[in-house]
Design a protein around this ligand. Structure first.
Ligand SMILES: [Zn+2]
Length: 78
């Protein structure tokens, strides 16, 4: 089954819904929520991701550590 060929046949109102948190990352210095410049991304042994970021607003450098969190899948009852 090749999914890409006929995506219009999927009934999107009938598929299960997965909810995931939307994380808004703010600069620790100026609290800007603009997406920072990512200088470097490193995947750690524990599965976390460390990013070296530069704020687009104030230029402050910061480390952003993204920790793996298992998503608790919720299904809506139709
Ligand atoms: Zn900033």
């Amino acid at each position: 089954m090749v999914m890409e060929e006929q995506p219009q046949r999927i009934r999107w109102t009938e598929v299960p819904i997965t909810f995931a948190p939307l994380i808004i990352i703010r600069c620790p210095e100026c609290k800007s929520d603009r997406k920072p410049v990512i200088v470097n991304t490193n995947t750690e042994d524990d599965g976390s991701i460390t990013r070296r970021c530069i704020c687009r607003e104030c230029g402050a450098p910061s480390l952003l550590v993204l920790e793996p969190i298992e998503n608790k899948v919720q299904f809506l009852d139709f």
